[in-house]
Design a protein around this ligand. Structure first.
Ligand SMILES: NC(=O)c1ccc[n+]([C@@H]2O[C@H](COP(=O)([O-])OP(=O)(O)OC[C@H]3O[C@@H](n4cnc5c(N)ncnc54)[C@H](O)[C@@H]3O)[C@@H](O)[C@H]2O)c1
Ligand SMILES: [Zn+2]
Length: 339
């Protein structure tokens, strides 16, 4: 078992433990004394784990709300549907929600928990690799609206996060890739020891998840509301976002290629150590993610055209070497010189 305490305005603990899914009461009893619990999950995770979770919550009266799996459930329609179902089940103020699922369920449940009755406590039980090693820290909640991702949301920290690495055994390969891209990113920007470990393709276990979460913890604790340091987590994302839809990639796969592109960019500028490229590529290959990255020059202009960047600078995150990220703002007018 590994434990991490996240020190924010509302601090909380994360426990990473094989089979914790089967005895959630053990931890939940320390933060919640009422009788009723409402689990929000998706239809895939429901079939695999809902019964096990319920049987580990014997001392509670447990209700569940199930939404279809996938990003489409982070919608205003699903948000209102979940709230209606909770109200129909007579949820009261101060009763506990559990988010059982991947990042979609975490973001949706967190948003429900932050708005219903002006705020309810919630516990995260992340089940995808991405949600276990990334989105369970930081308290970003939200839904998509008007074709914009995460456009409605707020910061709300869970009371507790309980991670069972064993549930990853049922995760499909593309969902693994999705998490691995971000896990490798954490190693590259903030944990040289983890980066070394990944070179021998270790099994993703309690310790690897712990190491990855520690990187995000250190960054988020310095910048809870995402105004500066937290943007370091965007390493690989500027190019990643540009290629994700175009090449039909999962987000984490696009981030993996985006990291290779931005490292090549940094090397060409004389700001990144050359060895980073070779080492990162080997790890990405080892975990069977896409590794043939497009030429970054083909995407620089497109990035400048992106609505988000029009107002001023493009805020790139570069690496000088592993574990040494830094911000590299580029004025739009200088972009052409870089191509
Ligand atoms: N809040 C944050 O800080 C943060 C950070 C990163 C990403 N996100 C959000 O997270 C979402 C992506 O998360 P995700 O990749 O977990 O997607 P997801 O929640 O859609 O899960 C991916 C798929 O895997 C299935 N699944 C989950 N656990 C499983 C298991 N143990 N076995 C078998 N199948 C399982 C789900 O049913 C789903 O079909 C995006 O909406 C993104 O915006 C949020
Ligand atoms: Zn990402």
């Amino acid at each position: 078992m590994k434990q991490l305490r996240i020190h924010l305005r509302d601090s909380y603990d994360i426990y990473i433990e094989d089979d914790v899914l089967h005895h959630l009461s053990f931890y939940i009893e320390s933060i919640y004394q009422n009788k009723k619990i409402y689990i929000i999950t998706d239809d895939t995770v429901e079939k695999l784990y809902l019964e096990a979770v319920k049987s580990g919550l014997k001392n509670y009266e447990v209700e569940s709300v199930v939404v279809p799996h996938g990003e489409a459930s982070k919608s205003i329609e699903m948000y209102t549907k979940v709230i209606k179902e909770l109200l129909d089940k007579d949820i009261r103020r101060n009763e506990l929600l559990i988010a059982l699922g991947g990042g979609v369920i975490g973001d949706l449940t967190g948003f429900v928990a932050s708005t219903l009755y002006r705020g309810l406590p919630y516990v995260c039980v992340p089940t995808s690799l991405l949600s276990q090693m990334d989105s369970s820290i930081g308290g970003k909640t939200g839904i998509d609206f008007y074709e914009r991702k995460n456009i409605l949301g707020c910061f709300k920290q869970p009371k507790l996060v309980l991670i069972d690495p064993k549930v990853l055994q049922t995760l499909p390969k593309r969902e693994w890739n999705n998490g691995m891209g971000e896990l490798i990113k954490h190693a590259a920007i903030g944990n040289a020891k983890l980066f070394e470990m990944l070179k021998s393709k270790p099994e993703i276990n309690e310790n690897i998840i712990y190491q990855s979460l520690t990187v995000k913890k250190n960054i988020v604790e310095k910048d809870e509301y995402d105004t500066k340091e937290r943007m370091l987590l965007n390493f690989g994302h500027t190019f990643g976002h540009a290629i994700e839809l175009k090449l039909g990639l999962k987000h984490g796969e696009a981030v993996a290629l985006g990291m290779l592109m931005v490292i090549r960019f940094g090397i060409d500028l004389g700001l990144t150590e050359e060895i980073c490229y070779k080492e990162l590529k080997e790890i990405i290959k080892l975990y069977e993610l896409p590794y043939e990255e497009p030429n970054y020059k083909d995407y620089l202009l497109e990035i400048a055209k992106d609505k988000k960047n029009l107002a001023g600078k493009i805020q790139m995150v570069l690496l000088s070497s592993i574990e040494k990220p830094f911000f590299y703002p580029i004025e739009e007018k200088h972009l052409k010189e870089l191509i």
